[in-house]
Design a protein around this ligand. Sequence first.
Ligand SMILES: Cc1cn([C@H]2C[C@H](O)[C@@H](COP(=O)(O)OP(=O)(O)OP(=O)(O)O)O2)c(=O)[nH]c1=O
Length: 195
Amino acid sequence: MKLVLASASPRRRELMALAAPAYEVCVSDVDESALTAPDPAALAQVLADAKCAAAAALRPGDVVVGCDTVVDVDGQVLGKPRDREDARRMLDSLSGRTHRVHTGVCIQAPGEQRRFCVTTEVEFWPLDAAERDAYLDSGEPYDKAGGYGIQGGAAKFVRGIRGCYFNVVGLPVSQVHRALRSMACWQALGFDESD
Ligand SMILES: Cc1cn([C@H]2C[C@H](O)[C@@H](COP(=O)(O)OP(=O)(O)OP(=O)(O)O)O2)c(=O)[nH]c1=O
């Protein structure tokens, strides 16, 4: 039995290494645009469930972790920007305000499952056009939900956060660790209480 992260995201892979002593990666194809949910947190969960299920089908008998991160401004979902104009619109909607970042997590093991969504509140300073446009030029927004990376150039935009920092980057490290450790599969994976 192996622990498997269902993700192509290099950031998520780095964070998973903090949550568990050893794991493998399995990337599967999920059409995220085909899935809907009544609110942003529910959407993050549905997408995480779908990524997990797709990888679990390829890795029967293993323990699969799927995650999805969405940004939520007043109940409106910001996914990854389509282009520069979309990214500009996203940064303008985040400027000078507090938004929420939800990461849905689904862990599927033989005979057991954990599903949960972790939310972090992030407050941005008001952004002026020059700093916003310089950030758009950096190329950083385009592969990230909400069009920014708290771990990169957008660190300068952040006035404060409430909740798990790692959740914003894409994987709520301590919650994933604790969920895995509470499952029967933790020992079957060869890990113990000190891991
Ligand atoms: C808000 C925010 C998001 N992000 C990233 C995390 C996720 O990688 C991405 C959201 O897209 P996701 O669809 O959650 O993940 P992904 O497509 O990058 O990877 P995979 O589906 O293969 O697991 O945005 C940051 O890196 N920093 C941030 O501050």
